[in-house]
Design a protein around this ligand. Structure first.
Ligand code: SIN
Length: 281
């Protein structure tokens, strides 16, 4: 597959592009580089009709970066590198059912995730993606100045810890519920691939601003979250079996909509390694 057959079409003003004319199981190096460049530019890439086997899914991910094996989700049988994102017809709570970005509680958070749809409900089950770079650009200057030197605490204990509501509800499908931890990151990071400034906080894993009182911290985070969720920064993707979304955890948030009760939705997710994050200058 050469890059000359590959077409990249933006899907919204600020986030996402659909890549067509490509077979991810059979990519030459030029096509791969085009995809990596587009990933940096658009934050999330969508591919259709990719009938990848699990070994092909793993091989594609390993050409992007080493795999960052998820510590909590049930792996696909025989493939510990692939996490199942599964919701059964009898289950109420889904995985990723609120705005977040994956693994932000790690000192070197996973750079991205490559999610492949295996079973989709007849309707619903879309995923929303949002650009945290566009959201940063849209902040007022005084707020940009306020947050420029701040760091946030990120933790997974309230999600994956043994006492968390989430772990109790979906616990039978998560592993290592006591493998919890956290770290701090700058609120405004320089993206390691593009250098673009990104607003790196998320409501799922951020527990407060380092050195701030709980009240002040909550007030600032609420202001930032209200801004981040403005509809112009986001795009909603509808899945078919064989669709892939490859998102950049440093450039986007995502949210798996939970609107298909009574049906199974099964996705295979591979998460790839990132680096320790630097504050934007
Ligand atoms: C996730 O949060 O990684 C899952 C996204 C999805 O299932 O659409």
């Amino acid at each position: 597959m050469t890059s000359s057959t590959l077409t990249i079409t933006p899907v919204s003003e600020h986030v996402g592009a659909e890549v067509s004319g490509v077979d991810l199981a059979n990519l030459d190096d030029a096509a791969l580089q085009t995809i990596v460049d587009a990933w940096g530019e658009y934050g999330v890439l969508f591919f259709r009709d990719q009938a990848l086997t699990s070994p092909q899914h793993i091989a594609f991910a390993e050409r992007i970066a080493p795999i960052d094996v998820n510590k909590f989700f049930t792996p696909v049988d025989g493939y510990p590198q692939i996490a199942e994102v599964r919701k059964e017809p009898d289950q109420d709570v889904n995985i990723g059912g609120g705005w977040h970005t994956d693994h932000s509680y790690d000192p070197a958070p996973a750079r991205g995730s490559i999610l492949l749809a295996r079973e989709v409900p007849p309707e619903g089950g879309d995923t929303k993606f949002m650009s945290v770079g566009a959201a940063y650009d849209g902040l007022p200057d005084d707020l940009k100045k306020t947050i420029s030197t701040l760091r946030a605490n990120h933790s997974n204990a309230h999600i994956f810890g043994p006492e968390s509501k989430h772990a109790k509800e979906v616990g039978h499908r998560l592993q290592n519920p006591d493998h919890v931890g956290g770290t701090t990151h700058p609120l405004v990071i320089a993206h390691p691939q593009t250098g673009r400034k990104m607003l790196y906080v998320n409501a799922a894993f951020v527990t407060g601003i380092v050195g701030w009182s709980e009240d002040d911290s909550n007030e600032l985070l609420a202001t930032l979250y209200e801004h981040l969720v403005r509809p112009e920064y986001s795009y909603q993707f509808s899945w078919e079996v064989g669709s892939i979304a490859m998102w950049d955890n440093l450039a986007t948030w995502h949210w798996a909509l939970n609107d298909y009760h009574g049906h199974r939705r099964l996705m295979h997710r591979i998460t790839v390694e990132g680096v320790e994050l630097s504050a934007a200058a």
